[in-house]
Design a protein around this ligand. Structure first.
Ligand code: CA
Length: 226
């Protein structure tokens, strides 16, 4: 899962990025509204954490702009204590939830999962493909009773493929999700992870495979009857 954090306080941002990444979320950090918009144009995030007080634009303005453009992804507002009026305006402008600073990072993580769940079951407890079951919160994949030993990036790739089951995951999107937007990487970096993930899936049995769609990307599929 990839989260966009738009927050201008560098210490708070660092703390939140660390805390969420420890819980298995990938986080892009934008320091202001303009950078936030650039990230949103470049890749797809599952949820947005939006500070209301940004240096270049009011967080509310950014939120209204996103909703007006049809960006429906969940938005959590990070607001200052006492900013009741701003929170009400935020909820009216289409925010899904808010947290008042200072807040506990466990609570933030729980709220993120909660808004994702509310969005039409986008986050269930698990994702599955054939015999493969992926526990989203626990970051664990298994086939039958066999738990797959996956690295953080292999896990991220598997989740991305599972969330887009039935359609092709473009190579560029997979790269952005695994390495961050504009990350400096070799041209075959993603192939390395696809190769490793295929190997883990094959070792576990169960007939789940990753198909390469030439010139486009990758797609996960289960053998018929699996
Ligand atoms: Ca701020």
């Amino acid at each position: 899962m990839r989260i966009l954090l738009v927050e201008d306080d560098p210490d708070l941002a660092r703390e939140l990025v660390d805390a969420l990444e420890r819980r298995g979320l990938a986080v892009d950090h934008a320091r202001d509204a303009e950078e936030g918009e650039a990230f949103l144009r470049a890749t797809q995030h599952d949820a947005l954490l939006l500070d209301l007080g940004l240096p270049d634009a009011d967080g509310l303005t950014l939120l209204r702009r996103l909703r007006a453009r049809g960006v429906t992804r969940p938005v959590l507002l990070l607001t200052a204590r006492g900013a009741v009026e701003a929170r009400i305006q935020g909820l009216n402008a289409g925010a899904d939830d808010y947290l008042v600073k200072p807040f506990d990072t466990d609570e933030l993580h729980a709220r993120i999962l909660a808004v994702l769940r509310r969005q039409g079951g986008y986050v269930g407890e698990t994702l599955s493909c054939g015999a493969l079951v992926f526990d989203i919160a626990g970051r664990q994949a298994r086939i039958g009773t066999t738990v797959l030993a996956l690295s953080a990036r292999e896990t991220e790739l598997l989740e991305l493929l599972l969330r887009r089951q039935g359609s092709v995951v473009p190579k560029r999107l997979a790269e952005d999700q695994l390495f961050g937007v504009g990350g400096d990487l070799g041209s075959n970096a993603i192939e390395v992870y696809v190769h490793r993930l295929r190997k883990r899936l094959a070792e576990a049995g169960g007939g789940v495979r990753i198909d390469t769609v030439r010139g486009v990307g990758y797609m996960i599929a289960a053998a018929a009857g699996a």
